[in-house]
Design a binder for this molecule. Structure first.
Ligand SMILES: C[S@@+](CC[C@H](N)C(=O)[O-])C[C@H]1O[C@@H](n2cnc3c(N)ncnc32)[C@H](O)[C@@H]1O
Length: 285
C-alpha cells in the first residue's frame, strides 16, 4: 500500500488524496494488475480514481459519481455532522416532521446523509440540470432513502427558488455552494481544473468575488415570508470568512457561528434565523 501511495505522491498527487485514492482502489479491486493499470492511467491523465471507478464514498455510504458532479470532500462531512448535531441537540428541534432544502445537491451526498441520519426528515434537493438530478436520484435509490428526498431541477438564481421557499416551511436550508473565485479556478490542482465540473466549483455564472451564491441565499432567507425558525448551514471557503461576516451584518443576519474543519480552517457557517436576539456570535445553537 505504502509503495502505491508513494508512486502517486512522486507523480505530484497530494499525499492526502493519494492515501484516500489508494485505499479506495484496494477496497474495490483485488487484481493487482488491474490496480497497476488504473494507477498508470491516474498518473497519465490526472483523472481522479473516483471518476475512473465511477464511485466515491461519503461518510459511511457509497455514491455513483460522473463528470457532472463534484467528488465528495471530507470537509462536507463536517458540515453534515455539525448540522445534524445542532438540529438534534437543539431545544428547538421541530416536533413536526423536520424539513430541509439542499441547494446544489450534486451527487446528492448531503441530502442522502441527512436522510440516513435524521428519522422522518423530508428533503427537497435541487440542482441546475437534469443529468445531475438524475444521478442524485439514482444515488438516493441505491441508499434506500428516495422516499425521503424530492429532487428538482431548479436554478438558485431563478424565481423557481422563491416558489419552492414560498411553498415550504423549511427547518433547515443547507448548501455547499460553488465558492471558487473565477480568477482562482486555474490555480487549483490539475485533477480539479481538468476533470471536475466548473459549474460545481465556480458556478453557473461569473463568480469574481466567490460570494454570489451566498449573496443569493442571504437574499432568499431575508425575504419576508411566513417561515419557521430556521437553521441555515453553509460550507464556506476559509478565505471568504471576513467578506461573509460583512455581508451577514449588512443583511441584519447577526446570529451566526463559524465552525472550523480538522485543519483548523473556517469551513462552516451556521445562521440562526429569528432564534435569538441579534448581535451575538453564538457558541452553539
Ligand atoms: C460545490 S458543488 C456541491 C455538490 C454537493 N452538494 C457536494 O457537497 O458534493 C455545488 C453544486 O451547485 C450546483 N449549482 C451550480 N450552480 C447552480 C445554480 N445556479 N442553481 C442550482 N445549483 C447550482 C452545481 O451543479 C453543484 O452540484
Amino acid at each position: 500500500m505504502e509503495e502505491l501511495i508513494e508512486k502517486l505522491i512522486s507523480a505530484g498527487i497530494e499525499p492526502q488524496e493519494a492515501k484516500k485514492e489508494i485505499s479506495i482502489l484496494l477496497m474495490e479491486l483485488k487484481d493487482s494488475e488491474q490496480i497497476k493499470k488504473i494507477i498508470s492511467e491516474r498518473i497519465k491523465t490526472r483523472i481522479p480514481i473516483q471518476y475512473i471507478l465511477g464511485k466515491a464514498y461519503f461518510m459511511d455510504f457509497e455514491v455513483k459519481v460522473d463528470k457532472n458532479v463534484l467528488i465528495p470532500r471530507p470537509e462536507t462531512e463536517i458540515l453534515v455532522e455539525e448540522t445534524v448535531r445542532r438540529l438534534i441537540n437543539s431545544r428547538d428541534m421541530p416536533r413536526h416532521v423536520p424539513t430541509a432544502l439542499d441547494i446544489g445537491t450534486g451527487s446528492g451526498i448531503i441530502a442522502i446523509a441527512l436522510a440516513r441520519l435524521i428519522p422522518d426528515i423530508k428533503i427537497i434537493a435541487i440542482d441546475v440540470n437534469e443529468d445531475i438530478i438524475n444521478l442524485a436520484r439514482e444515488n438516493a435509490e441505491k441508499n434506500n432513502v428516495s422516499e425521503k428526498i424530492k429532487f428538482e431541477v431548479c436554478d438558485v438564481f431563478s424565481n423557481g427558488m422563491e416558489e419552492i421557499l414560498n411553498r415550504n416551511n423549511f427547518d433547515l436550508i443547507i448548501s455547499n455552494p460553488p465558492y471558487v473565485k473565477s480568477s482562482e479556478m486555474k490555480k487549483l490542482r490539475p485533477e480539479v481544473v481538468l476533470h471536475e465540473p466548473k459549474i460545481a466549483l465556480v458556478g453557473s455564472k461569473e463568480n469574481n468575488s466567490g460570494l454570489i451564491y451566498y449573496e443569493r441565499i442571504f437574499e432568499l432567507i431575508t425575504a419576508p415570508r411566513n417561515d419557521n425558525k430556521r437553521l441555515i448551514a453553509l460550507e464556506i471557503d476559509p478565505s471568504l470568512v471576513n467578506d461573509l461576516i460583512k455581508l451577514l451584518k449588512s443583511k441584519g443576519l447577526n446570529s451566526f457561528e463559524i465552525v472550523k474543519d480538522y485543519s483548523k480552517l473556517d469551513r462552516c457557517l451556521f445562521i440562526f434565523e429569528r432564534s435569538v436576539k441579534s448581535g451575538s456570535l453564538l457558541p452553539g445553537y
